[in-house]
Design a binder for this molecule. Structure first.
Ligand code: GBH
Length: 464
């Protein structure tokens, strides 16, 4: 269903937001008392990141946040999802508090509230403080208590103004890409020996939920990456590979939180510590569940023709029990990811069926595309393919809600073009173009489209 201006229809209370993360936009990595993180260290290793780029300056959001707040206000956002840099708040990850770091987030949060935008911070988006990594990082159980203490500090300082909390972003990516395959910080290649990093992130999540709750916080959730997994063919070998990939990337990270168990005994057996007791903590009730969704995964058994665009541009190494296959018949973003709007409806249906009454209300905490259009001769960024992406995915979302999915909000990834991890500044996800030489910001055509969608959804005249 669309309105007279052609926008999909949403309830007027539906929350519209954008998402960012600290290391990807802040810059100012060695300023105002911030300590180093694993991403500073990873970027300093030659050959790890595209063109040896780093988040040293990124969008310089640390200094330019007022300009970015003005852009958010212009968009008419209801909420803004950002992440705290753990190293900015606690330079060693534990112990000594950096007041200047907390002050920055005070200014940001107060600026958001002045603009009528609800802050929705994530406590951790992959940038582990280096001293904690030196002690084993997410392979060392101690980090779960350090994370809980960090959560307590943030709740105490910001709990009066923050009314939505996100514990951790996509533990699957840090586990598999950071510890398993080495394509992200900290660059370890432990393959399946990386699984304890998953358990410790889940446990840290559970402990943080309890600490936040005890400090009076409410509206607590997590942002997990999820995608429907398609089997490349009816062949039993492909089906088995797809089921394995599904368990590893989706249910390993959702079942413990929503059902209090691992999806199979092999996973449970691979985890360190008193797993049964830990699962009781991991399953601490949350108020909502965040889904980051980009594209479906098409999976086959090893030995086929691997998707040339897979795994953030590189192919997955051989030796894994599954292989990413190309998705045919859909447009692709400039990053090579497939544009499949109905995949969003599919993953929401899968969640409803799997979890039924155990599934709390859902937020789409990320969804977006790399479309690398630059400024044209008139100085405008006419990113019509991002407009089409947004139109497709928001229409699919409206349809899913009509079909019964309880989705309360949508956060687009991302506000700004930013540091896209291993591929540096080469892929642009922003509604706002950033010139990385001058750091000047230019809202794109998609920015205007999203602004009008939000206005229309709230019944404001600008929507027409
Ligand atoms: C998010 O992760 C992150 O939270 C965010 O920081 C990031 O900037 C944003 O997405 C855009 O990348 O099929 O092998 O090519 C997304 C996680 C994990 C998305 C793996 C796509 C496909 C891998 N992703 N993935 S592959």
């Amino acid at each position: 269903m669309t309105d007279e201006a052609g926008f999909p229809r949403f309830h007027p209370d539906f929350i519209w937001g954008v998402s960012t993360s600290a290391y990807q936009i802040e810059g100012a990595v060695a300023e105002a008392g911030r300590g180093p993180s694993t991403w500073d260290d990873f970027c300093a290793m030659p050959g790890r990141v595209f063109d040896n780029q780093s988040g040293q300056v990124a969008c310089d959001h640390y200094h330019r946040y007022r300009e970015d707040l003005a852009l958010m206000k212009q968009l008419g956002l209801d909420a803004y999802r950002f992440s705290f840099s753990w190293s900015r708040v606690l330079p060693d990850g534990v112990g000594q508090v950096n007041q200047e770091g907390l002050d920055f987030y005070d200014r940001l949060i107060d600026g958001l509230l002045e603009a009528g935008i609800a802050p929705a911070p994530t406590l951790f988006h992959w940038d582990t403080p280096s001293p904690l990594e030196a002690a084993g990082g997410w392979l060392n159980r101690d980090i779960t208590d350090h994370f809980a203490a960090y959560a307590g500090l943030l709740a105490e300082r910001f709990g009066d103004r923050v009314k939505q909390w996100i514990t951790i972003n996509e533990p699957v990516v840090l586990t598999l890409f950071g510890y398993g395959l080495g394509q992200h910080a900290p660059g370890r290649t432990l393959f399946f020996e990386a699984l304890p990093a998953a358990h410790h992130q889940l446990l840290a999540h559970g402990k943080a939920v309890q600490v936040l709750r005890a400090a009076g916080a409410s509206n607590i959730g997590i942002a997990n990456n999820h995608a429907p997994v398609w089997s490349a063919s009816e062949d039993p070998a492909d089906r088995m590979a797809a089921a394995g990939y599904d368990a590893l990337t989706n249910w390993l990270f959702a079942d413990p939180i929503l059902l209090g168990r691992y999806p199979n005994d092999e996973f449970a057996a691979a985890m360190p510590g008193p797993v049964a007791e830990d699962l009781a903590i991991i399953a601490s009730p949350i108020d909502w569940y965040g889904i980051n969704h980009y594209q479906p995964a098409n999976i086959g058994a090893p030995g086929g023709a691997a998707d040339p665009d897979a795994s953030d541009g590189a192919t997955l190494p051989a030796g894994l029990p599954f292989q990413l296959r190309a998705i045919e018949g859909y447009p692709k973003t400039d990053f090579g990811w497939s544009v499949v709007p109905e995949g969003l409806g599919e993953i929401l249906r899968i969640f409803r069926k799997r979890y039924r009454t155990a599934l709390p209300p859902v937020y789409i905490t990320e969804n977006g595309c790399a479309i690398n259009d630059g400024r044209n001769a008139a100085g405008l960024v006419d990113d019509q393919r991002r407009v089409a992406y947004l139109a497709g995915y928001t229409a699919a979302l409206a349809q899913a809600i009509d079909d019964g999915a309880d989705v309360r909000g949508y956060f687009h990834w991302s506000l700004l073009d930013n540091f896209e991890w291993a591929v540096g500044y080469s892929q642009r996800f922003g509604l706002v173009h950033v010139d990385f030489d001058t750091l000047s910001r230019t809202p794109k055509a998609s920015f205007d489209w999203y602004r009008r969608l939000i206005a229309a959804s709230h019944g404001l005249p600008e929507g027409r």
